[in-house]
Write a protein that binds this ligand. Structure first.
Ligand code: NAD
Length: 498
């Protein structure tokens, strides 16, 4: 058994880490051009970490052309399914073998605790590639019933070149949720990582080649969203944009598709997920534990964070008292390279300022600060876990996505009221209901306007679970078989047997 690394070990490894900072096009790294870079800051220290290539539309053109060449050649889409499976399976193994390097890159750029990277993000990314690799030779077409003079069959084919635009909150994992099904379906990919977390994607592309993936099939272009993200989404030779990010930018993707070639668009966007705690829920301590982890995990920078706690009046005082007692110390700000840290900094100074401004707005609008609301005395962009009670659904913190460790407790009177409050949102990504009554649970599942519903748990699931939103949380599904089919198109072949 190997001894776990200490904080000092992680710092030494971070200091010795060498990594690419450019693009990955046509099977090889390209260095950043002098003067055409942007600075990536380590949010735990506030110090610059590195300079990364600020790509342009020309870089996107080259990456898309490379992807198109690879697609047309058939080197990947026409590879025997089990050979493609073998490449993606080897790739999953290489992700696992490079866990330390990948974990460090995401932790240094976006501040996620190294333990979360090792225990959550990397195993989940590995599982994502394994799952989609396993599906490759299970993709079926169909033969339909016809009259005697015809034979009709339906084929599923890859789309072509897929542009993946991803956020910074789970850099490796969100990229995996797009890239794995896109590649499994036989497409070429151009991945545009978030500018806050641009490094692990380059390692992914490099490992794909090491796994035996053909050059040109998996490209990465770094740069600012407004420059390279829009160039990718507006490109006339991109067949689909798979986007995860804010609702605001998600709407732009639809516009870009309309302004260019009507490419397909799948959107995984923001959320304001409610957790409903009814008076018959049973184990209050267990429910409180899930409520705490559901909002403070990953610093609250989670699309499906349980940011609205809808608590039945009969149990509200007790629930909030227990949440305060245990929640105020459950997540402690610290060095993300310390394996014991479970609360890192927020991704950037500006995002931190945004979260703080929501806290100020909540106080101004009359919510009661139960704990937190402050920043710890650390150099990085940290915000302490925060709970507001006395929130009503008209308040800003009940309506807008904060994307930070800020929980809003809203007292409700019974199921109908809870459902009305839960659905009073432009978002509909996820929701949970806590009850021991089977009828209540099923009714809530039917009535809640969200793509993912949990009953008596939160954030559970596996790769078979479609993940995606209703309403302005988006219109695609990640993970699951449905996601893979979203990277394919249907061809009908009608043969006249005259
Ligand atoms: P963002 O929308 O600012 O950026 C997402 C990506 O879009 C980045 O790569 C960015 O460079 C790019 N981009 C920005 N402006 C662009 C433009 N004009 N044209 C093209 N591309 C552009 O989001 P973010 O701050 O990186 O991530 C946080 C958001 O992501 C939150 O709203 C969160 O809820 C959402 N998210 C959703 C899911 C989900 O599965 N539903 C998962 C994770 C994060």
């Amino acid at each position: 058994m190997t001894t776990p690394l200490s904080t000092r070990d992680w710092h030494e490894r971070a200091g010795a880490l060498r990594y690419a900072t450019g693009h990955f096009i046509d099977g090889g790294h390209e260095e950043a051009r002098p003067g055409q870079c942007f600075v990536v800051t380590n949010p735990a220290t506030g110090e610059p970490l590195c300079e990364v290539a600020a790509g342009t539309a020309l870089d996107i053109d080259r990456a898309v052309a490379s992807g198109r060449r690879a697609f047309k050649s058939g080197v990947w889409r026409r590879m025997a399914p089990r050979d493609r499976m073998a490449v993606l399976t080897r790739f999953a193994g290489l992700l696992s073998a490079n866990a330390e390097r990948l974990a460090l890159l995401d932790t240094l750029t976006m501040g996620k605790p190294i333990s979360d990277m090792l225990n959550i993000d990397i195993p989940s990314a590995v599982q994502t590639f394994t799952y989609f690799a396993e599906l490759i030779d299970k993709i079926d077409g169909a033969v339909t019933s016809t009259a005697a003079d015809a034979f009709h069959y339906i084929l599923r084919e890859p789309l072509g070149v897929v542009g993946c635009i991803v956020p910074w909150n789970y850099p490796l994992l969100m990229a995996s949720w797009k890239v794995a099904p896109a590649l499994a379906a036989g497409n070429s990919v151009v991945l545009k990582p978030a500018e806050q977390s641009p490094l692990s994607a380059l390692v992914m592309a490099e490992l794909f080649i090491e796994a035996g993936g053909p050059p040109g099939v998996f490209n990465v272009v770094n740069g600012l969203g407004e420059a390279v993200g829009s160039a990718l989404a507006l490109h006339m030779d991109v067949n689909k944009i798979a986007f995860t990010g804010s609702t605001e930018v998600g709407k732009l993707m639809l516009t870009y598709a309309g302004q260019s070639n009507m490419k397909r668009v799948s959107l995984e966007c923001g959320g304001k997920s409610p957790q409903i705690f009814l008076s018959d829920l049973g184990d209050l301590d267990r429910a409180v534990t899930y409520a705490i982890n559901g909002i403070y995990g990953n610093m609250g920078e989670v699309c499906n964070a349980g940011s609205r706690l809808l608590i039945d009046r009969a149990i509200a005082d007790d629930f909030i008292a227990r949440f305060v007692e245990r929640g105020r110390d459950a997540y402690r700000a610290g060095d993300p390279l310390d394996p014991a840290t479970n609360l890192g900094p927020l991704v950037t100074r500006s995002h931190c300022a945004r979260v703080v401004s929501y806290i100020e707005t909540a106080q101004r609008e009359g919510a009661k600060l139960e704990f937190g609301g402050s920043r710890p005395a650390l150099p990085g962009s940290y915000v302490n876990p925060t709970l507001f009670s006395g929130v009503n659904s008209g308040m800003t913190i009940a309506r807008e996505e904060i994307f930070g460790p800020v929980a809003a407790a809203i007292v409700v009177d019974g199921l109908e009221h809870a459902l009305a409050v839960a659905n009073d949102s432009i978002y509909g990504l996820a929701a949970s209901v806590w009850t021991r009554d089977l009828n209540t649970a099923h009714k809530a599942v039917r009535e809640l306007e969200a793509g993912v519903i949990w009953v008596n748990c939160f954030d559970h699931g596996d790769m078979t679970q479609p993940f995606g939103g209703y309403k302005q949380s988006g219109q695609g599904r990640d993970k699951c078989l449905e996601s893979l089919l979203g990277y394919m198109q249907t061809k009908s072949a009608w043969i006249h047997l005259g």
